[in-house]
Structures are given as C-alpha cells and as structure tokens.
Ligand binder design. Structure first.
Ligand code: ADP
Ligand code: MG
Length: 250
C-alpha cells in the first residue's frame, strides 16, 4: 500500500533523510521509532508530499505521489491533484491541529463536505458514526477548547478517517498528552489496526509498538537502521544504536 524508495531530503546543508526505504502492506501497521531529529516527521511529510523528496519516490496503492511520468521524465502534479492524492493519506499530528472555531462534528465534516463536495446529509451521518467509533458521540457539538487532549486527538482521528483514506499516518499522536490520556488514544489506534487499517505510526510507546505493529522500523541519522517484526527489533536488536535507544526509552 505504501512504498518509499530511496528517499533523500535536505534542508539547506542539513541532510535529514539519506536514502530511506519503507514498505507497508495493505492492512499492516508499521511503527517508526528513533531519536529526536532522526527524520521521522520529515519521512511522514514526504509520504503525503507535504515535503518534496530531493531523490527517490513514494507510491501509495501503486500511484506515484506528487508526480506523473511523461515522456520518460517526472512532472510535478498541480496543487489540485496533489490535494486529491493527499486526501487518500490521512495525517494525525502530535498537536491535533483541529479548527478551534468549529465543533467536533464540524471538524470531521469539513473536508469531505467542502474539499470533496460530498452531500451534507450523508457526510454528517458518517461523521456522527466516526465520532461514535472514537467514543465521542456525545461531544459532537463541543468545541476543541472544551475537550481534553485525548478527546481532541480522537476527533482528529475521526477527521482523518472521514476522507476514507487508504493509509493513516500518525506523527507521535500521544506525545502531547498527559499520561492518563495516552491510553484512550492508543485504544482507538488499536481498534483501527484490528479493523485492518493500513497505518504508519511514529511513536515512543514501545509497548504499543510491540503489541500492535506488524513491523517496527528504527531510524537514526536519516536512515533506517533496522526493521522487522517487533520481537526481533525490540527484543533482539541487531544494531548497537537500536539497543542504545531502547535502553533509554524502556
Ligand atoms: P524527528 O521527527 O525524527 O524528530 P524531523 O524529521 O522533525 O525529525 O527533523 C529532522 C531534522 O530536520 C531536524 O534536525 C530538524 O531540525 C530538521 N528539519 C525538519 N524540518 C525542517 C525544515 N522545514 N527546515 C529546516 N530544518 C528542518
Ligand atoms: Mg518528529
């Protein structure tokens, strides 16, 4: 479902991604671990073309992201086409990024209603079902400032799902939460995994990665240092850098 091949990305002289490969099968969950600054967020942003890779490519469901091939060369897509592709790639941010002036329901309705121009009644019914799915049926008319961080993040997940994405990307979805609110968000992600949602989750929650991920990827210095099943990467890491990182976070 997600194919990242040889992706390089620099910001000025700073080489942030140094040739990253990643493959996520349909219905699979990949957890990405790694120290701060290792390029995890940049990698996610390259997947949905919020950042343009300098080299390499990303494909989702067989479709090249951000480009089309023409006469043997790549042409960058127009903004409108990139937005269409991005709609199929849900993104959940560390800091929720909800629209503060809209209610929970309006946040979920916004994109399918106004970006995809789907009918109001249908979109609203689906949005209510999504809020119910993340345990917030009773918060539909509440604004984000009156919700806890965990509730806000669950609205953000419902909002991402409203576009019926092929894949969901999570960038440290629980890092901004008080410890007692982490569980309710991880529970929602766990349910999505059980329902066969394709996901890439950047997280420091090692226990969660062990339990939910099919594949764990450890990044350091802009490279994938190692990847494999959780039991291998987390319990029997092959690389000293992975071991050192796990020693720190466990
Ligand atoms: P991580 O998510 O693993 O902490 P990031 O992908 O956010 O890492 O960042 C990797 C490196 O790239 C960091 O040194 C960060 O400061 C730098 N960086 C990220 N985005 C930008 C940007 N837009 N401009 C300049 N430097 C950036
Ligand atoms: Mg980050």
């Amino acid at each position: 479902m997600v194919e990242v091949r040889g992706v390089h990305k620099s910001f000025g002289a700073l080489e942030v991604l140094r040739g990253v490969d990643l493959t996520v099968g349909a219905g699979h969950v990949t957890a990405v671990l790694g120290p701060s600054g290792s390029g995890k967020s940049t990698l996610l942003r390259c997947v949905n073309h919020l950042e343009r890779a300098d080299r390499g490519y990303v494909a989702v469901d067989g479709e090249l992201i951000g480009y089309r091939r023409g006469r043997g060369v790549l042409h960058e897509l127009r903004e409108r086409q990139i937005l269409r592709q991005r709609a199929a790639i849900g993104f959940v941010f560390q800091n929720f990024h909800l629209f503060p002036h809209l209610t929970a329901l309006e946040n979920v309705v916004e994109a399918p209603r106004f970006a995809l121009r789907r009918p109001a009644a249908e979109v609203e019914a689906e949005a209510r079902a999504l809020l119910d799915r993340v345990g917030l049926a009773d918060k539909a008319d509440v604004h984000p400032r009156r919700l806890s961080g965990g509730q806000q993040q669950r609205v953000a997940i419902a909002r991402a799902l409203a576009l019926r994405p092929k894949v969901l990307l999570f960038d440290e979805p629980t890092s901004a939460l008080d410890p007692e609110l982490v569980g309710e968000v991880l529970d929602v992600i766990r349910d999505l995994a059980a329902a066969g949602t394709t996901m890439v989750v950047v997280t420091h929650e090692i226990g969660f990665a062990r339990e939910v991920a099919d594949t764990v990827v450890f990044m350091d210095g802009g490279r994938v240092v190692e990847s494999g099943p959780p039991a291998q990467v987390l319990d029997a890491p092959r690389h000293e850098r992975t071991r050192a990182f796990l020693d720190k976070v466990l």
